[in-house]
Design a protein around this ligand. Structure first.
Ligand code: KG4
Ligand code: ZN
Length: 378
């Protein structure tokens, strides 16, 4: 069988990304243009600015991916693009561009669910390592700035099937990292900086009640209820209350002023601006989030008799989360896989990889498809 080259395009949030993947298992180029510097002054993603930045970046990013892969527009067999979930205006840039490209080149177009992309980032890298022995059912925790989902995945002829058995009732875990970082004056995005600072604090210093939801399903239609739910808005409020009660406001303002105008502050820049109390708070926050994610995921894995665990999405880049998942899953004899850090956060390699089974199944996009900002994965 000849080799199949898929050009992946991803613009669902604040990264403009393009990648070339051969046969769903060989990554030839992976280009990500981050908008962090644009959104940093606002402490979060501003949708209008995201669309504008995607418009600016999409053409050069795709050109660079093709050039790094040593390929051309004509040598692509298909174009794959993220359809959703994500920011409507941001998704629209990628979709419009992919449609125009596919039309002009007379190539088939494939649509991919962003969450399925995160799952296939893990599969792509395992295949690259020569690991083709993934056991099913497979439990995937997709944990990022916009999502905290548990999917139980099975296999069908060319693709996978998904049952959503858990999700956050409010904030996503990455969102909690970003909001806590913002309220502590640590900059945006919060995950990488809290990850680095937490190593310098005492994770037992501040006691957070485990993020449990007592009546999470109250008022939710039965068809939309999931058995394993998360909630991260409570811990964010608890951090805020701690900051007020412990009189940390002034120190936060001093830090905010010191970091104003620094595009993406490094841990070396931020560490000297943090006192012991802040470092302990950050370490305790991270410990509570990690414990909650690991405990609920492993409970779901046991109860659904999962044979493999994937942990993926931006928060899967977190070092403590990786450590704790690795050691706790090992105790249960459950193989756990993560993407490399560069494929944990948003990228287009995962989109091109997830499109490959659709390419094999000739599951091409309908001509009239459009953005699905709340696209569910089934
Ligand atoms: O997957 P992603 O790039 O975008 C979404 O689909 O949301 O994830 C971005 C999120 C942000 O909330 C960021 O703070 C978080 O992932 N993140 C981390 C780390 N690196 C990125 N969270 C914890 N630890 C990290 N090392
Ligand atoms: Zn994502």
């Amino acid at each position: 069988m000849s080799e199949n080259y898929i050009l992946g395009i991803e613009t669902s949030c604040d990264e403009t990304a393009a990648a070339v993947v051969c046969d769903g298992e060989r990554l030839l180029a992976n280009v990500v243009s981050s908008q962090i510097a644009t959104h940093q002054p606002y402490g979060g993603v501003v949708p209008e600015l995201a669309s504008r930045e995607h418009l600016r970046a999409i053409v050069p990013v795709v050109r660079q991916a093709l050039s790094e892969a040593g390929e051309t527009y004509e040598s692509m067999d298909a174009i794959a693009v993220t359809q959703g979930p994500g920011l409507a205006g941001a998704l629209l840039v990628g979709i419009s561009y992919a449609k125009a490209l596919a039309f002009a080149l007379e190539k088939p177009l494939l649509t991919v669910n962003h969450l399925e992309g995160h799952i296939h980032a893990v599969l792509l890298e395992e295949k690259q390592k020569g690991n083709f022995q993934i056991g099913f059912p497979l439990l995937a925790l997709v944990v990022s700035g916009g999502h905290t989902h548990l999917f139980l995945a099975g296999q069908k002829e060319h693709g996978w099937t998904y049952a959503n058995i858990g999700r956050t009732r409010d904030d996503a875990a990455g969102e909690a990292y970003d909001k806590v970082a913002k309220l502590l004056g640590l900059g945006y995005p919060g995950g990488p900086i809290i990850d680095a600072l937490a190593k310098h604090g005492n994770p037992r210093a501040v006691k957070f009640v485990p993020a449990q939801i007592k009546h999470g399903n109250r008022g939710t239609p039965k068809a939309e209820q999931t058995p394993y739910d998360f909630s991260f808005s409570g811990i964010k409020t608890a951090v805020l209350r701690y900051v007020e009660l412990e009189g940390m406001r002034e120190a936060v303002t001093v830090r905010q002023n010191a970091l104003a105008g620094v595009g993406k502050p490094s841990a070396e820049t931020v560490l000297p601006l943090c006192d012991r109390k802040t470092l302990d708070l950050v370490a305790s926050f991270q410990r509570a989030v990690v414990q909650d994610l690991v405990l609920k995921t492993l409970q779901a894995a046991r109860e659904s008799a999962a044979r493999t665990l994937f942990v993926t999405g931006g928060v899967a880049a977190n070092s403590e989360l990786r450590q704790v998942f690795t050691s706790e899953a090992a105790k249960e004899g459950l193989p756990v896989y993560f993407p490399s850090r560069r494929l944990s956060t948003d990228n287009a390699a995962m989109i091109a990889a997830a499109a490959y089974p659709k390419w094999l199944a000739h599951d091409f996009a309908a001509a009239e498809f459009s953005v699905e900002a709340s696209l569910a994965l089934r």
